[in-house]
Ligand binder design. Structure first.
Ligand SMILES: [Zn+2]
Ligand SMILES: [Zn+2]
Length: 350
């Protein structure tokens, strides 16, 4: 059932509940007209080189640990030379009342999306992106099958503004013995919803959004992209599958193609929004890899981009947002409208 949304959601300060994290977002639509004299980030310089001899991700180059990258043609996956998680960390526990710690082991891997140093997902072909999805599936399956891994977190940090120092298109996989905070939160909320309704929360949520259309950016045969009702970042989006899929291992071949096409379209729309190589942190949440079925879980991607009003003005998460509740000015509905209005051909090719 879908209820018409009341006017206060467009007009005055309110908070919206995020059922996936079980917390709130403050929305202040009346503030979008206030003058802005804040910081402007420098627009990132365009990357020109197809192969950079000093890049540790380019084919044939030497990495920090002395290993040489192969002459790879599509994707290339290797163990992070400076891994945050070590596989041999002991399964130990320290508990002294308020002071609690646990040994945390795991595996950190790097996935080069392409041998081309100068590309991004937005400027790669759908077939090339499908190779990246195939690499994600292979990593999710191999790492998820291990007894000492409860979570396989796949993500990409894009752009210097997001702390990504190397423009070479690449992402990461961090697989860990324990579930990370966000996965733990989303497991609890989806589990409680499934126990009450007998259906996955995100399947019901997607059905609602597809009926309303207001926050849907685009859809294809198997995936839909939308700005969540509770989005925190100005142009935050989620990618959701139209079928009940709980993890990468359940993607059918035509869904791999549809996911690649959706990633291509989303990143092109983002780049076109401010005619810049749009920075973001994006990643997938999938069911914990603890061997159980987890019918409550839906595989999905979050895009968290920091830009607010141009290639050089980003949103800050400070003050009330650090100490209270995340806050946004532009409504999720108007963000979706602006993303919907973007061309699906990359601006650099136009
Ligand atoms: Zn490179
Ligand atoms: Zn999630």
């Amino acid at each position: 059932m879908t209820t018409a949304e009341p006017a206060f959601l467009r007009e005055t300060s309110h908070r919206r509940f995020n059922p996936l994290r079980g917390d709130w977002t403050l929305v202040s639509p009346h503030r979008t007209l206030r003058p802005w004299q804040g910081q402007r980030e420098k627009a990132p310089a365009p990357v020109g080189l197809k192969h950079d001899p000093s890049c540790y991700l380019c084919a044939g180059n030497m990495r920090a640990n002395g290993a040489r990258n192969p002459d790879y043609q599509a994707t290339f996956v290797f163990d992070n030379d400076f891994a945050a998680l070590k596989p041999d960390a002991p399964d130990a526990r320290f508990d002294d009342g308020l002071l609690v710690a646990e040994g945390e082991s795991g595996v950190c891997r790097v996935i080069c999306f392409s041998p081309r140093h100068d590309l991004t997902l937005a400027r790669m072909g759908v077939g090339e992106i499908a190779s990246v999805v195939d690499a994600w599936i292979a990593e999710a399956k191999a790492l998820g099958a291990r007894d000492d891994i409860a979570s396989v977190q796949i993500f990409e940090n894009r752009g210097e503004i997001m702390g990504c120092s190397n423009p070479h298109p690449h992402g990461q996989v961090w697989a860990s013995r324990h579930m990370p905070n966000e996965l733990l939160l989303e497991s609890a909320t989806q589990g409680a919803y499934f126990a009450k309704h007998g259906r996955p929360m995100l399947a019901d949520y997607l059905a609602k959004e597809l009926a309303l259309k207001e926050r849907v950016v685009f859809e294809n045969a198997h995936f839909a992209a939308l700005v969540p009702f509770w989005a925190v970042w100005p142009f935050e989006t989620m990618l959701l599958p139209k079928r009940a899929i709980s993890g990468f291992d359940q993607l059918a071949p035509d869904e791999v193609g549809a996911l690649a096409a959706a990633l291509s379209e989303m990143t092109i729309r983002y780049d076109n929004l401010f005619e810049t190589s749009f920075p973001y942190s994006m990643g997938f949440h999938q069911r914990p890899t603890d061997g159980r079925a987890h019918p409550e879980w839906t595989l999905h991607a979050h895009f968290y981009p920091p830009l607010l009003r141009s290639a050089t003005v980003k949103k800050f998460m400070v003050g009330f947002e650090m100490l209270g509740t995340p806050q946004r000015d532009i409504t999720p509905e108007s963000a979706a409208e602006r993303l919907r209005a973007q061309a699906t051909t990359h601006y650099s090719a136009a």
